[in-house]
Design a protein around this ligand. Structure first.
Ligand code: THU
Length: 163
């Protein structure tokens, strides 16, 4: 038997004021874009804004549906948009924000979105930085989205399956 260890660390900033100009600009945009969410059921408006390698910014917001499971999270709306507008272009950073009754604490992507982010990184051979923050307060910066999904299932996993 051997023990394998997984380590994870991320940076915590007190507020948007402590970020670089570029990161602050992206997070401000994400905070603004929460207003574009369609969240009439949860009233939990989430945004994800990507800064692409080609310097373009792309927006995503959560899109809900009266049939609740049809809802798509902001992160996957964003990845679908990115992949349709700039196919195979790598993403440098994604800022994720949300606006709800109280949004002073960062949120991080749900499990399904972590899986989608991991595959986008794998496909473009580049880590995606994440900037996480609500409408105010602390900001978390994670260097690599895949760090949020240890032992993930990937395209290479399919090759190891038995027929
Ligand atoms: N939501 C996101 O957009 N991203 C996440 O990572 C977690 C949750 C949305 C889905 C739903 O519209 C609302 O937040 C409440 O779950």
């Amino acid at each position: 038997m051997q023990k394998k260890e997984y380590q994870f660390s991320f940076d915590v900033y007190e507020s948007i004021q402590d970020l670089t100009e570029a990161d602050a600009k992206l997070l401000s945009k994400a905070r603004e874009v929460t207003e574009m969410a369609y969240a009439p059921y949860s009233h939990f408006k989430v945004s994800a804004v990507a800064l692409m390698n080609n310097d373009e910014m792309v927006n995503g917001t959560n899109q809900e549906n009266a049939s609740y499971p049809v809802t798509i999270c902001a992160e996957r709306v964003l990845l679908s948009a990115v992949s349709s507008i700039f196919p195979n272009e790598a993403i440098d950073t994604i800022a994720i924000s949300y606006n709800s009754k109280n949004s002073a604490v960062p949120i991080s992507p749900c499990g399904v979105c972590r899986q989608a982010l991991a595959e986008y990184e794998e496909r473009t051979h580049q880590p995606i930085r994440l900037i996480l923050s609500g409408m105010q307060g602390e900001v978390f910066i994670i260097k690599n989205a895949t760090d949020l999904l240890p032992l993930s299932f990937k395209s290479s996993s399919l090759k190891n399956s038995t027929k």
